[in-house]
Design a protein around this ligand. Sequence first.
Ligand code: ADP
Ligand code: MG
Length: 244
Amino acid sequence: MAAPVLDVRAATKRYGEGDMAVHALRGVSLRVERGDYVMIMGASGSGKSTLMNILGCLDIPTEGRYLLDGTDVGSLEERQLSVLRNRKIGFIFQSFNLIPRMSALANVELPLAYGGVKPAERRRRALAALDQVGLAERVGHEPNELSGGQQQRVAVARALVTAPALLLADEPTGNLDSRSTADVLGILDRLSMSGRTIALITHEDEVAAHAKRVVRLVDGQIIEDRRQAPVDGPPPRLAAAEAR
Ligand code: ADP
Ligand code: MG
């Protein structure tokens, strides 16, 4: 068996000390296999962002372990962590986080530039990623010349372009209208179909309906872990579309 992409073992996260300490995570264990599509749900303050920061190697647990694609993150220094992040994870944020006054193409090329990929190869791969999200006609546009939905599709292309082990998204449709939400979720469904591993935070049931698995956090603990579709099959919405 290959190592799971994500393997969190009894992770706790405590902010502060003594009486003032906040226990943001209280013993979270979570394994995610390659090809799975997981939604992390929970009320505000339940620990979603804390867990996401750990999964994204932006923070480390107070206790417990985290292995990303077989690498024990706890043993790494900040520099090694940033290399691991660049290689293994594609991030998608609620507020897109594109660089202004840089074309869509240049934004998507950026993680490849950090990764040391040569310019011609960078361009080829960035164009292919933008094509995958349906933006082949818009590659020269800057973020302020694109709609919110288009900007988020650029961000999805930027997350994809390094062929990461994991796509990690924090409320990626939180700032989008229903039409753009459907576009972005449709793209994620197709990426899941093609075998990508995806972990996404949401508090919307309608978004969670797209996932193969739903994990629910309450007060820093997983209280529910429900499978909606097999890891190696299509995500539920595509399966339903096929059945029609
Ligand atoms: P969610 O994303 O589900 O809203 P968070 O992970 O942001 O939850 O927060 C979980 C708990 O940890 C909350 O009580 C929050 O106030 C607290 N918390 C988060 N980050 C910090 C921090 N940097 N310092 C102190 N407390 C924090
Ligand atoms: Mg949060």
